[in-house]
Ligand binder design. Structure first.
Ligand code: ZN
Ligand code: ZN
Length: 112
């Protein structure tokens, strides 16, 4: 059994859906070595190109229910979970301030 890598890297076949900026391999084709042989792995630049493309194509409908409002905007409402006042950061179970808002607070803000 192979261990999963802790890094969230895309699968090779996913990366191959974009063309490679390094060797010029088209979508669906293997990356090519400098001497013309097919590489078993994709160039690092191709992986980055894939990740960039995925970010651009990510659906983010304005005002849609899947839209995540900016963290600071959410803080305009009080948190129903940890009961902090508006504009205060959420507090964790040990009383420390959380960097992110509670899910319930986001729901309270978006009204979804
Ligand atoms: Zn390549
Ligand atoms: Zn909270």
């Amino acid at each position: 059994m192979r261990q999963f890598s802790p890094r969230r890297s895309p699968y090779r076949h996913e990366t191959r859906t974009v063309s490679c900026p390094r060797c010029g391999a088209g979508p669906g084709s293997w990356c090519i070595e400098d001497d013309g042989r097919a590489r078993g792995v994709n160039h690092q630049g191709r992986v980055r190109a894939f990740l960039d493309a995925r970010e651009l194509t990510d659906p983010s409908p304005a005002g849609g229910s899947t839209h995540h409002p900016p963290r600071d905007d959410v803080r305009a409402v009080s948190c129903p979970r940890c009961l902090v006042s508006p504009f205060q950061p959420c507090t964790g179970s040990r009383g420390q301030s959380r960097e992110s808002n509670h899910y319930e607070r986001v729901v309270a803000f978006t009204g979804v």
